[in-house]
Write a protein that binds this ligand. Structure first.
Ligand code: PLP
Length: 371
């Protein structure tokens, strides 16, 4: 079905084989393909510079550690973080399943929260209210759809409450600045704005945490013996080759995404998009249909335009998380904001290869359905 769409929802924008070739040739000459080789080492250093430049208020040196994915980065963060066994970790009920799965698979308890009705994310205010109703050991807010979170506010939350914060900014590389006190994880999956194929990145000012996560990603080896139960979650040199080539072209990638967003805004206005649309280009573009999500889906699908309803059904409706706890409410209550967003949000086609005509066509179909 995917190839039959006239307009696809998401098309990866990765470097061409030609752009990656010089890096692959370096890999060939070194005959070094994994295990923290020169390309991974250079990629980590360049990403640390890039993220530090984006975060001028963070004056502490940053450590970046690569992984096979954001999911393995999250899992190893939880393995390394020193949280108590079975820690209760607040996660938004509206996110990709990997957010909550990384909590559960490492023996912790995901506790679902509702989200802010305007920004669609788990905010410090929501976490504070949850904490008044019951104990929490950590909070895992998500930079939903790639819009950045207010890291100063999250650092203040951690300082005030003593509850650890780790940010899942999977889709927000290029938008999310960092704070010295709050570790952040990014995804480098092909569908993300900074795609390499598969990969994840932990950014932290905590050298010991970075070192522990790195060791766990390589069987927890230390002097040839496993000091703990580790795994294999390293980034391969070939993925770092893509990463280094992607760094070169990322300003152009971002510029093109900005143009596509501007075309949508000129066709549909800003009212139905996220409030940060004027300042940031998201990873995925959600349109607020104000209750007409099914009608918009039907209209676009019948025009052969692919949409995605990210991240619906919400996690509590997935078999894996049915019966999971809700912050301060026990297991039976619903999350009303997420419930209402179900009939509101539709993910529109959003990628570098959309023409102005494609965007006009999408906008026309939406206008006919929503007016
Ligand atoms: C919010 C969120 N967290 C985590 C992930 C997992 O990222 P990865 O595919 O790199 O494991 C994704 C991927 O889509 C995501 O959207």
């Amino acid at each position: 079905m995917a190839d039959e769409w006239k307009i696809k929802c998401l098309v990866p924008d990765l470097p061409s084989a030609q752009e990656v070739l010089p890096y692959l040739e370096r890999m060939d000459s070194a005959r070094w393909y994994s295990n923290f080789g020169p390309l991974v080492t250079e990629f980590e250093a360049r990403m640390a510079d890039f993220i530090a430049q984006m975060s001028p208020t963070c004056r502490t040196p940053l450590h970046t550690v690569t992984f096979s994915s954001a999911t393995t980065a999250l899992e190893l963060y939880f393995r390394a973080s020193g949280l108590p066994d079975g820690a209760r970790i607040l996660v938004p009920g509206l996110t990709f399943s990997a957010t909550a799965a990384s909590v559960a698979i490492t023996g912790n308890t995901p506790v679902f929260s509702d989200v802010d009705p305007d920004t669609w994310d788990l905010t410090p205010a929501i976490a504070r209210a949850a904490l008044e109703k019951g104990p929490l050991d950590a909070v895992l807010p998500v930079a939903i759809y790639g819009y950045p979170l207010d890291m100063d506010a999250w650092a203040a939350f951690e300082a005030e409450t003593g509850v650890k914060v780790i940010v899942d900014a999977a889709a927000a590389l290029g938008n999310q600045h960092v704070h010295a006190d709050v570790p952040v994880i990014f995804s480098l999956h092909a569908t993300k704005p900074f795609g390499v194929g598969e990969g994840g990145l932990l950014v932290t000012s905590d050298a010991a945490l970075a070192d522990k996560c790195r060791r766990l990603s390589n069987f927890a080896f230390d002097d040839g013996t496993s000091r703990a139960i580790g795994t294999n979650a390293k980034m391969a040199e070939a993925m770092a080759a893509y990463g280094l080539a992607q760094i070169e072209r990322f300003p152009a990638v971002q510029a093109r995404r900005r143009e596509v967003l501007a075309a949508y805004v000129s066709a549909l206005g800003t009212k139905h998009f996220h409030p940060k649309t004027a300042d940031y280009v998201p990873g995925t573009l959600l349109f607020d249909t104000e209750g007409k999500a099914d009608a918009v889906e039907a209209a676009l699908t019948s025009a052969n335009i692919q949409i995605r309803k990210w991240y619906f059904p919400p996690l509590r409706e997935h078999a894996a998380f049915r019966g999971a706890d809700i912050a301060g409410q026990g297991v039976s209550n619903e999350l009303p904001v997420i419930e209402s967003l179900k009939s509101r949000l539709v993910g529109l086609p959003f990628h570098a290869f959309l023409s102005d005509e494609d965007i006009s066509h999408v906008a026309d179909c939406i206008r006919k359905t929503t007016v």
